[in-house]
Design a protein around this ligand. Structure first.
Ligand SMILES: [Zn+2]
Length: 143
């Protein structure tokens, strides 16, 4: 049986607002969140209590991007794959990639050029990498 994947046409920015990061204080998992309405971003760690808030405004205005950016924080969900890096912003992003990679039959709706899946590097799409990538995902999920 082929597993079907329904492209939800998600874009990377769907996952910007909550990003799992490496805590700058204790190096365990922390969470960076950004609220564009209030132009604030927060990084907090339930492990060590690290808690920092910052404004999303930079010199030339405001940029709306992934929450980790405002803290220059390293992503928690990442793993080297050959000469590339596999990464995800958070568990939902990881689950989305997992659904895509594990599907043997990939259905695409009418897509723009800006969907997350189309922007992925080639190695994500190659069937020969499927098993290895799913192992990486399983490992990241257990972290
Ligand atoms: Zn911490």
């Amino acid at each position: 049986m082929n597993k079907r994947f329904q492209d939800e046409n998600l874009v990377l920015s769907s996952f910007y607002q909550e990003v799992w990061v490496v805590c700058p204080s204790c190096a365990k998992k922390a969470i960076a969140k950004v609220t564009y309405e209030t132009k604030t971003a927060r990084l907090f760690c339930t492990n060590c209590g690290y808690n920092k808030e910052t404004a999303t405004e930079i010199k030339n205005g405001t940029i709306n991007t992934a929450a980790n950016f405002y803290f220059n924080a390293e992503l928690w969900l990442k793993a080297p794959f050959k000469n590339e890096m596999f990464w995800a912003y958070n568990h939902k992003h990881l689950a989305y990639l997992e659904r895509y990679i594990s599907a043997t039959l990939r259905e695409h709706k009418d897509r723009t050029h800006f969907t997350l899946l189309e922007k992925l590097p080639k190695f994500y799409h190659e069937a020969k990498n499927r098993e290895a990538l799913l192992k990486i995902i399983a490992k990241l999920k257990s972290n």
